[in-house]
Design a protein around this ligand. Structure first.
Ligand code: TYD
Length: 136
């Protein structure tokens, strides 16, 4: 059966190799399936800490480990999977209505997030049981 989890996918981003250092770029609606309205990043995450723990009604995101590594747990209300991100040129696309948790951050990890909407607390589902009800 087709699940929303199948819509979560790793997108390989353009990478310009250069002996002076590599460069990756991302254009909204070209490399990722949405216009970018907001960028934020998680950093200085203490060892053992977890982030996320919510889903979104309208928001789509692309998550990139621009430095270091971490895991993203994805849950569509039916099944869960864990994705390890550790490359600056891979983005994890997360569509609407996916519960996500981030953990296993390496020292110095930076989690860059491209978002399709401005910040809006009303778009969050922070209660897992409420998410399950809405996802069924
Ligand atoms: P939250 O999205 O819960 O963090 P994460 O899922 O990465 O663990 O946001 C944490 C706090 O930061 C919360 O009080 C809302 C605030 N915040 C903003 O003000 N703007 C933003 O763009 C984001 C992502 C969060």
């Amino acid at each position: 059966m087709n699940r929303r989890l199948d819509l979560c996918k790793i997108i390989e981003l353009p990478k310009i190799h250069d002996k002076r250092g590599n460069l990756t770029f991302i254009e909204g609606n070209r490399h990722i399936p949405f216009e970018i309205k907001r960028v934020y990043y998680l950093y200085d995450v203490p060892g053992g800490e977890a982030r996320g723990g919510h889903a979104h009604k309208e928001l789509q995101q692309l998550i990139i480990a621009v430095s270091g590594s971490f895991d993203v747990i994805l849950d569509d209300g039916f099944e869960r999977k864990r994705v390890h991100l550790n490359r600056s040129y891979y983005g994890l696309y997360i569509p609407t209505m996916i519960w996500r948790e981030l953990d296993n951050f390496s020292t110095g990890a930076v989690c860059l997030v491209l978002a399709s909407q401005y910040y809006d607390e009303k778009d969050y589902i922070r209660d897992y049981n409420e998410f399950l009800k809405l996802a069924k």
